[in-house]
Write a protein that binds this ligand. Structure first.
Ligand code: ZN
Ligand code: MG
Length: 458
């Protein structure tokens, strides 16, 4: 590069900064249309065009520069942003213009109070009574109690009875099959059987103080049992008709009532942990279940895991962030589809939280990895246990800071911005929905619904 060219460039920067300082919006536009890279150039003491416009109260110029994407957070040699400059010189309208973007993004996330949202798999039907887990005598006495309820799992699938007998079009429902001690006591003797204490039924009407403790019987205790017995033989134990062990948990476990889904969320996750973590992660020795199935202890007396408290001894929960990313215009949302999704279905992006990462950072990283979109503010909405086998889906809304999409084809087949109206039409089955909504039992469905309800009167 020759010195002549360099000085021509410098001259251009000077001209541009001068136009901004004078409030000449048309010259600012013309220069930027020829040389867009001028926009964030700095002159004396690191002042940008935006700072000069802010210093001299040129609202139109500031607006123009912002609309063309100038960086509002650049600092001059006195560590001031354009906002600081506008505020110092008393140009309040420019200060408010400059503060708007960060706020504006936040505002996209603020809706009316929509009340608590309950997700499928989230209902606490039983009282877990965790302090009873170490009470061996009590647990032992409840095992053979005639009121005690047992749920039977085979290969981590609960035995259910199905409503599917009448040949109606009605959606098939599943109900958990409940067993008594007498029905399952032979299974409990087998070393391969795992039994966990789930809790006791919640008391709907607590006893009044006039009743003595003895006169009020304790509500039934629930246990879940996973066995490797032949599934067909197990089904014969049930007195109910139309029993089965659902084959595809991701789909079939969504057919339970809210109450039973909450019980299965707890039972299946803990049973799955036992089936996958039967050896000590520290030394590889065998382990045995303790504390009603909420702990496994190593059988090697020398093992480090026996000294102190170690998370390897307890059931795991795997946090996953799932987020609805909103366009900076507040009126579109980003949805993606994986190859394995049913035809036409689009849903929220999601991914596992990594060690040493905040939820907000996990949201930003996952969205950028999967779609190429950069994310700013993030807000938590609600969460959902997803017992396949032990995810906790942490639902967030997030606002995009960039809009170009570039999908990671290993994870996502396609990602798109969907206008709010298309989303509303797809939810309420418009004539030609733009995409298929994820099922109502998923937190993705609830997050999208939450967003469309935030700013409309639906
Ligand atoms: Zn060990
Ligand atoms: Mg990912």
């Amino acid at each position: 590069m020759t010195s002549l060219q360099l000085s021509a460039k410098e001259e251009m920067v000077e001209k541009f900064l001068d136009a901004a300082a004078r409030g000449d919006v048309s010259q600012v536009s013309t220069l930027l249309s020829h040389a867009p890279s001028l926009i964030n150039k700095t002159g004396f003491s690191g002042w940008t065009a935006l700072m000069l416009a802010a210093r001299n109260g040129h609202h139109h110029v500031a607006e123009k520069l912002l609309s063309l994407g100038c960086d509002r957070f650049t600092l001059n040699s006195s560590s001031q942003t354009a906002y600081d400059v506008a505020k110092f010189w008393g140009h309040r309208h420019i200060a408010s213009l400059l503060s708007r973007s960060a706020d504006g993004c936040e505002r996209i996330l603020l809706g009316p109070e929509l009340g608590p949202q309950e997700n499928y798999f989230s209902r606490e039907t039983l009282d877990r009574l965790s302090w009873r887990r170490t009470d061996q005598v009590w647990l032992e006495s409840k095992r053979s109690d005639p009121d005690t309820v047992y749920l039977l799992f085979s290969n981590l699938s609960p035995m259910v009875s199905t409503s599917q007998e009448d040949n109606t079009e009605r959606q098939e429902d599943f109900t958990l099959c409940r067993f008594r001690y007498e029905d399952v006591k032979d299974l409990l003797q087998k070393p391969s059987t795992v039994m966990i204490f789930l809790g006791i039924e919640k008391v709907k009407n607590p006893p009044s103080s006039s009743q003595t403790v003895e006169s009020v019987s304790e509500p039934p205790v629930w246990f879940a049992v996973n066995t490797d017995e032949d599934a067909a033989a197990l089904l014969k134990r049930c007195r109910e008709k139309n029993c089965l062990f659902p084959r595809s948990p991701n789909r079939d476990l969504l057919k339970l009532s809210e109450e039973e889904a909450g019980i299965v969320a707890q039972a299946r996750s803990v049973l799955a942990w036992h089936s996958r973590y039967s050896f000590c992660p520290t030394c590889g020795s065998s382990t045995r279940p303790e504390e009603g199935g909420y702990k496994r202890s190593c059988l090697n007396s020398e093992c480090r895991s026996l000294q102190g408290v170690h998370n390897t001894c307890y059931p795991r929960v795997d946090p996953v962030v799932i987020m609805l990313v909103i366009h900076p215009d507040g009126n579109q949302c980003l949805l993606g589809r994986k190859k394995e999704f049913p035809a036409g279905m689009f849903s929220c992006l999601a991914g596992f939280v990594e060690p040493g990462e905040t939820l907000e950072e996990a949201v930003r990283r996952e969205v950028e990895e999967e779609s190429g979109v950069k994310v700013g503010p993030v807000r938590y909405v609600s969460c959902q246990p997803w017992p396949m086998p032990s995810n906790l889906m942490i639902g967030c809304l997030a606002v995009a800071m960039s809009t170009d999409i570039k999908v990671d084809e290993n994870e996502i087949e396609e990602a798109r911005w969907f206008p709010r109206q298309q989303v509303i039409d797809s939810l309420f089955r418009g004539a030609r929905p733009a995409f298929v909504f994820p099922p109502r039992q998923t937190i993705a469905h609830q997050l999208i619904r939450h967003w469309i309800c935030m700013n409309s009167n639906l």
